[in-house]
Design a protein around this ligand. Structure first.
Ligand code: NAD
Ligand code: LMR
Length: 327
């Protein structure tokens, strides 16, 4: 077991996702028994609230937490970090699309990308949860020219988990039996949860599913789940988002399970005809801190149209942030 503390930065640390996330990280969900140093970033007015959260972390007496630092200066907080979970940004309210947050949230990721570029450890892994996550990750990546593009990703693990559960319920099987789910594209309503390569108990599920269920129930339920939660809770998903964030970073750093893959939004190198440079959700396996996109999956006409629609939306978002001068 590596006893060197893993330095983990988390932004938006006084917000609702982090009220779950920090306690999951501290209790070992990220790195098992490896010592953790937490670096928590907030905006200045939220620092008193963050101090309260740190009091609670202290009161848990977590064995693995060797140090906690807080601050409002990304250049100090990100100094030497090995992992950065960029959660801090405004959530959408009922009636909004995530892309409506682009101009408000996008600029957060220019400064944070630059700070990571200058002070983070060479092996830093940057995972963006704050919405619109894919294009915020694109902004951070483009503002960090010295960090390899492969060290940036955006969270679509929540969508992946949502899709697995909906499929398990439909087939009446435990969710643990569902493998090789794929979510393609943007963390938005155009995302495409794809069951055509999924397996249940080792067998393909494609022919057990009616196309009408896919089109009228499964895809809309998964892709609009964030909005349904906002309607029901009056606030966006928090505990499930925290869980997905910690799982995604865990798998990226320490590896995905055998005989399965996960969905991560990573920089396209042109795989599956997706324009290069977009941060696009794809099926990946991870080992030794790196990911590998699963290549060679057959894409039918129905899937092709969905992949292209989400890529077109991400190209529009890239155009918008280019015009805003953020990349
Ligand atoms: P929240 O409003 O409860 O917390 C956000 C926190 O970020 C606040 O405490 C705020 O002070 C802080 N913040 C704002 N600007 C900052 C900056 N420049 N640096 C550091 N901190 C900053 O929101 P939340 O519910 O925790 O959600 C956070 C983000 O995550 C939202 O954008 C939300 O839409 C997104 N989200 C994404 C997913 C996903 O699957 N990708 C899932 C759920 C939520
Ligand atoms: C989610 O998918 O739950 C989050 O992105 C929050 C949202 O705005 O939908």
């Amino acid at each position: 077991m590596n006893q060197t503390p893993l330095k983990v930065a988390v932004t938006g640390a006084a917000g609702q996702i982090c009220y779950s996330l920090l306690f999951r990280i501290a209790s070992g969900a990220l790195a098992g028994d490896r010592p953790i140093e937490l670096r928590l970033l907030e905006i200045t007015p939220a620092l008193p609230r963050l101090e309260g959260v740190v009091m609670e972390l202290d009161d848990c007496a977590f064995d693995n937490v060797v140090n906690i630092e807080i601050g409002d200066d990304p250049r100090k907080v990100f100094d030497g970090v090995n992992a950065a979970m960029l959660v801090g940004s405004m959530p959408r309210k009922a009636g909004m699309d995530r892309s409506d947050l682009l101009s408000a949230n996008g600029k957060i990721f220019t400064g944070q990308g630059k700070a990571l570029n200058d002070v983070a450890a060479d092996d830093v892994h940057v995972l963006v949860t704050g919405n619109p996550a894919n294009t915020n990750a694109l902004i951070a990546m483009n503002n960090a020219p010295d960090i390899p593009n492969r060290q940036f990703s955006a969270l679509t693990r929540l969508d992946h988990n949502r899709a697995k559960t909906q499929l398990a319920k439909k087939l009446g099987v435990p969710v643990s039996e569902v493998k090789k789910m794929t979510v393609w594209g943007n963390h938005s309503n155009t995302q495409y949860p794809d069951v055509f390569h999924a397996e249940v108990a080792g067998a393909p599920v494609g022919d057990k599913i009616e196309q009408s269920w896919l089109e009228n129930e499964f895809i809309p339920t998964v892709s609009k789940r964030g909005g349904a939660i906002i309607e029901a809770r009056g606030a966006s998903s928090a505990a499930s988002a925290a869980h997905a964030t910690v799982e995604c970073m865990h798998d990226w750093l320490f590896g995905t399970p055998e005989n399965d893959w996960v969905s991560m939004s990573v920089v396209s190198e042109g795989q599956y005809g997706i324009p290069e440079g977009l941060i696009y959700s794809m099926p990946v396996t991870c080992s030794n801190g790196d990911y590998k996109v699963i290549e060679g999956l057959e894409i039918n006409d129905f899937s092709r149209a969905k992949l292209d629609a989400s890529a077109a939306e991400l190209e529009e978002e890239r155009k918008t942030v280019t015009e805003l001068g953020l990349i």
